[in-house]
Design a binder for this molecule. Structure first.
Ligand SMILES: [Zn+2]
Length: 465
């Protein structure tokens, strides 16, 4: 659906402030969604369990109590038509340094300690929470899944979570591989971002906060984010003119009973200063702060693998496609991708699933509907977790399951072995605009053996719906 354009303030003959507010603000309509609110709750709870297992969620009463107080005010400001009685809003800090926050479908919300430490005012914390809360109330996670994924609901849990956690952490939690496919598949669209910004300003004003603090906190996030860039902004891309339209909307709103008391905020920040410094997310997940044993266990790939069998085995992947791979490769399912790899060619390193030999087949959401641009974006997202991945020098045409495709080979230095490897990239756009990709991985010095195997695998793909 289209985002409503900002309308000039309707000058209603208003008698009470509430009416003025209701008449003037930009109306927000939730996007279409094939899931039920109960699905949101279930997906969010599953995802929250993964968060608890993987990230150092704080048990600190002062921190969580503070977030709950601010969060509760915002929840009470959700307009009646967007209140879902089955949703259960809960708030907790995460003891990591990066400036980030995320909310899961159905209500669980997590705010990084770095976010609380760097915010200049309570209004800024409320701003980022109001934005997150708006995604939840508008059910953007499942609305996105409605648009994006042909996979069944079980696999969406990871996808939705990744959508919100994003990037490296998202890849980790979504049980993605070292390729961190999270970011391409999982960011919110700009359309949803604008909705969350606008509804967020409404929640702010109704809760007693200055809505302009939402624009301020986005600036804070931009300025204060350290190396690795502002994860929050890559998960919540700026639809353009973000500060302008937030401030413009803010002018249409009247702040109800403004909150002026800053003691709780100051108390929170001095309490945080008294704690040992927060680790980075990478440190926290590497040291296994509650890491999920099912994704964090398993040996490192040995790199000693049998040659690809000349016999192939065919697999059906949901109702989406059929693929044949060497018989001595195993199928390893991820949340939005499937990997086929030989024994010794896959495993775990640094808490992430990795593979040194084999193929990964998956889907990446994109908004461009242009094959080359979408493939560029996919490769850029791979670079986030593979910093030494090269750039494509160009694309050649290929065919995947009857669709026109693009092919390129990029170099990488394996995070596992430290040696050079080749990534064979094949992509095609599905009818709904989703990017379908096949990534073949092999060490550079064995690529000659694998190149023809990758081509044979790509040729075997048939779409089945
Ligand atoms: Zn957002």
């Amino acid at each position: 659906m289209q985002v409503h354009r900002l309308k000039p303030a309707v000058v209603a003959a208003a008698l009470v402030t509430v009416v003025v507010t209701a008449a003037a603000q930009t109306p927000i309509t939730p996007p279409s969604n094939k899931y039920s609110p109960a699905d949101d709750v279930k997906l969010g709870q599953d995802a929250a369990r993964q968060v608890e297992q993987q990230l150092p969620v704080m048990r600190d009463e002062q921190v969580n109590g503070y977030l709950s107080t601010v969060g509760r005010r915002l929840v009470n400001a959700i307009p009646p038509d967007l209140q879902h009685p089955e949703f259960h809003y809960e708030f907790a800090g995460v003891n990591v340094r990066e400036i980030n926050a995320f909310a899961l479908p159905g209500g669980p919300m997590f705010v990084n300690r770095g976010m609380m430490e760097k915010a200049h005012t309570e209004g800024e914390i409320a701003g980022v929470m109001a934005h997150e809360l708006s995604h939840v109330a508008l059910r953007h996670g499942t609305a996105q899944a409605t648009k994006a994924t042909p996979y069944e609901i079980g696999t969406i849990a990871g996808a939705v979570l990744g959508a919100i956690v994003g990037g490296r952490t998202g890849g980790l939690i979504a049980q993605g591989t070292q390729f961190g496919l999270g970011t391409a598949f999982l960011r919110f669209s700009r359309e949803y971002e604008k909705q969350a910004d606008l509804l967020g300003t409404h929640l702010m004003a109704r809760a007693g906060y200055d809505p302009r603090d939402m624009a301020n906190v986005f600036k804070t996030i931009e300025q204060e984010s350290g190396p690795g860039g502002p994860q929050w902004l890559s998960d919540h891309p700026n639809p353009g003119d973000r500060y302008d339209y937030i401030n413009q909307e803010a002018r249409l709103l009247q702040v109800q009973t403004p909150i002026k008391d800053t003691r709780a905020f100051e108390g929170l920040q001095s309490h945080l200063r008294s704690l040992p410094p927060a680790p980075t997310t990478e440190q926290a997940t590497k040291t296994g702060a509650g890491r999920n044993p099912s994704t964090g266990s398993g040996p490192r790939p040995s790199g000693r693998v049998e040659r690809p069998d000349s016999q192939f085995t065919t697999y059906n992947e949901g109702d989406l496609f059929r693929i044949s791979v060497p018989t001595n490769w195993q199928e390893l399912s991820g949340s939005n991708a499937v990997t086929f790899a030989p024994q010794g060619g896959y495993g775990n390193a640094g808490g992430q699933s990795v593979f040194t030999h084999g193929v990964e087949v998956g889907l990446a959401r994109n908004e461009t509907h242009d094959l080359q641009t979408a493939t560029d974006e996919l490769i850029a997202s791979l670079q986030q977790s593979n910093p030494r991945l090269g750039r494509p020098s160009g694309y050649s045409r290929t065919t995947i399951g009857g669709l026109q495709g693009a092919h390129t080979v990029v170099s990488n230095v394996s995070e596992v072995t430290g040696s050079e490897e080749r990534i064979d990239v094949n992509t095609a756009l599905l009818g709904d605009g989703t990017l379908f990709y096949v990534l073949g991985v092999a060490p550079r010095n064995q690529y000659g053996d694998y190149d023809s195997v990758f081509r044979k695998i790509v040729r075997s793909i048939q779409f089945t719906r």
